[in-house]
Design a protein around this ligand. Structure first.
Ligand SMILES: C[S@@+](CC[C@H](N)C(=O)[O-])C[C@H]1O[C@@H](n2cnc3c(N)ncnc32)[C@H](O)[C@@H]1O
Length: 235
């Protein structure tokens, strides 16, 4: 995925830390325990952590070294490590675990279960795990296009995103990204990227959380009204 490697420099411009403040504050309200420890799986460029770190002691894990470099630069006080949310094993446990938008990279029910198991294994008894479903089978709008424009110094970026489910029978869909990059004195650059993302029926989320041992409640992410799960490790 170019967005998390050679195009990672674009990430802070098209999706800046300020865009994550509300979401981070919502997680803070749910967890209610300031100064708790938090494991953030799939922490990306650390944009959520930028706000979360005022409330929690954060350990972030991500597959992409380039994204982790950005995260470390933004949040030098957090502890970042390379790892895959499906199998990473750290030596400590945490009061809370978060998997935000990066859960979308779980492409099969088996992978979803592995990520939830990682969360479970790294929680203290009584700890909370938060995650959410950006897309579900029930509500997916096929062939949706969105765009946004971004400006930084002499750089102008037009970002276009297209979401497409080629086969509603399987558990994946594709996100195609186009970037039109204009910079003073340079010719127009057109960059593209394609990500494969997971999509499941809503009930799969709750059933899979329960399968690994969580007591889960489904609520709504109040910012974009998508299903959000608060799961407790009861013992
Ligand atoms: C949209 S970015 C996350 C951005 C993040 N919310 C932030 O605050 O900057 C998605 C991230 O998921 C990571 N990712 C994808 N699959 C992963 C996996 N199996 N384990 C860990 N991280 C993964 C990617 O490397 C990428 O950095």
């Amino acid at each position: 995925m170019r967005m998390y490697s050679d195009l990672a420099w674009i990430w802070p411009i098209i999706s800046p830390p300020e865009d994550y403040i509300e979401e981070a504050l919502e997680f803070t309200r749910i967890i209610k325990n300031n100064r708790a420890t938090m494991l953030h799986l799939g922490c990306g460029g650390g944009h959520l952590d930028r706000t979360l770190k005022d409330h929690f002691k954060i350990t972030g894990v991500d597959l992409s070294p380039t994204m982790l470099e950005l995260a470390e630069k933004l949040n030098p006080e957090c502890n970042y490590q390379i790892g895959d949310m499906r199998n990473v094993k750290l030596k400590e446990t945490f009061d809370s675990v978060l998997i935000a938008d990066s859960i979308s990279y779980m492409l099969t029910e088996k992978d979803l279960q592995k990520a939830f198991q990682t969360a479970y294994d790294h929680l203290e008894p009584g700890g909370l795990f938060i995650t959410y479903a950006e897309a579900t089978k029930e509500t997916f709008a096929n062939n949706k296009v969105s765009h946004s424009t971004h400006q930084q110094d002499s750089l102008d970026i037009l970002f276009i995103e297209n979401l497409y489910d080629c086969n509603p029978q399987d558990t994946v869909y594709e996100a195609v990204f186009m970037f039109l990059i204009r910079q003073e004195g340079k010719i127009l650059a057109l960059e593209t990227d394609k990500h494969t993302l997971g999509i499941f029926p809503l009930r799969t989320w709750k059933e899979t959380l329960e399968k690994v041992g969580f007591e889960a409640i489904e609520t709504k992410n109040s910012i974009c009204n998508i299903p959000l799960f608060v799961a407790k490790k009861t013992f």
